[in-house]
Design a protein around this ligand. Sequence first.
Ligand code: FE2
Length: 385
Amino acid sequence: MQRHFFNADEINISEFAALCSQTVSSQDYKFSVDIQQRVVIYEGEHIQALISTQQAFDLKSELHHCIKDGPGIVVVRQAFQDLKVIDRATEIFKEIIEEEKTSDQHRGDHFAKVGENERIWNALQKFCERDPEAFVAYYNNPVLRFISEAWLGPFYQLTSQVNIIKPGGQAQQPHRDYHLGFQDDAIVAEFPIASQIFSQLLTLQGAVAHTEMNTSAGPTLLLPFSQQYPLGYLAWRNPEFIDYFSQNAVQLPLKKGDAVFFSPALFHAGGNNTESSDRIANLLQVSSAFGKPMESVDRSKMTKLIYPLLLAGKQAKLFSPEETKSVCSSVVDGYSFPTNLDLDSPLAGSTPETVQGLIERALNEEWPIERFCEGLDEATKRRLA
Ligand SMILES: [Fe+2]
């Protein structure tokens, strides 16, 4: 019988090295514009042009293949084409950090000494609350939604954390991310290997560059193909693996507005910032409808903040349906469950209406703001036991 449970003594550096030595064939990535250091690179504008075409599923397959069975990393050059949107968000992030510094609740970064780096937890909600208009302009980005759906399908939940690495900020230790990257080896070993592997398929890690990131600014070090090692969640703390990482990780310069997406199982680490200015990234963590996100977010509050803008935008024809849907996907919990099935019975189909569905109906019928907020409160209440 096949074994399903393993412990940290069973990791094997040669198996890991063999997987991490694979090469990338450009024939597998026909939509890409470049491959550098075994990282597949796409152009934001090009992805956007294909979203509503018959090639969309082929492109999604290619992106999914790259993250799961390929090197595990996708870079999108100019995922944001309007850099004013990025700069406005950066200003807002800096304001939030200044305020949080003087607040008792400031906790710093879990990888660095307080003062060396700055981090905004739940930056998604804080950004939305501080400036809903700038928030909508940032998250109405169909490229972000397309890549999230390529990895997770629809109904995902977005969270975001802002990371500012000060000049002199030190590199992180290589690690894997959420879910199992936050657990001790003994806990990881309690999960059957199938769960260790499927947990990787429930999250997408992303980072949007808010500053120019030459390699001297320390953009994330990434080890291509390392996500394919089945026992990786038991291996990333091991000195041999750390050594292999430091010899073989790659680091790609990013420009402001570029984004990188990777498997949470990929071995990675933020680099040293040896420049004289801050390195700023908006870290996106996208969670499958079938997983649990890492942060709690007041999504109803955010939905009420963006609805007036979406309604005005629709009436003034400011946003395409794709853009509207992209903002909504970034804000709402788009899945029907868990719910209270006594109160929230399925409609004509087989699932109760989602909040996304409610927003679409409200926008189509141009509900006034008050009516929408009442409708949302009722829908939220119906889902509670
Ligand atoms: Fe990480």
